[in-house]
Ligand binder design. Structure first.
Ligand SMILES: [Zn+2]
Ligand SMILES: [Zn+2]
Length: 133
């Protein structure tokens, strides 16, 4: 599936091709902190399908507990995450589902790092719901 992504301010725009059957959620504490929320939804795109149309992301290299380094790209103006990838010669980019125009069609097929998930984030159905603000 071809997807189009952008950051919140619109400075960064991109396109890529993803397999909708590979969308996943990550509950690790790094993803909680790097998103500023309680989990991340991502989908990998082969590097040769990713086209940066406008803007120039800033890169933050994260070192995981395991010692593995990963390059996290984000908009230097609005801070929206764009993708993460291997530090050198990336074969694929992990796109952030919330930034993709087609996000409603990208349903997660897996959740990982569930040991560090916030229990309440695993089931929102019991929380009172308001249609808008
Ligand atoms: Zn931006
Ligand atoms: Zn994670």
């Amino acid at each position: 599936m071809k997807v189009e992504g952008r950051c919140h301010c619109g400075e960064i725009t991109y396109e890529a091709v993803v397999d909708p059957a590979t969308v996943s959620i990550c509950h690790c504490s790094d993803c909680q902190m790097l998103t500023g929320t309680v989990y991340r939804a991502g989908v990998p795109a082969p590097a040769d399908t990713f086209v940066l149309k406008t803007g120039r992301p800033k890169v933050y290299v994260k070192t995981a507990e395991s010692g593995v380094k990963r390059a996290h790209s984000f908009c230097p103006n609005c801070g929206t995450p764009v993708h993460s990838a291997a530090v050198s010669d990336p074969q694929r980019y992990s796109l952030r589902v919330g930034c993709l125009r087609q996000r409603a069609e990208l349903l997660p097929v897996k959740q990982q790092w569930c040991d560090s998930a916030l229990r309440w984030a695993m089931d929102l159905t019991g929380i009172p719901q308001v249609r808008r603000q």
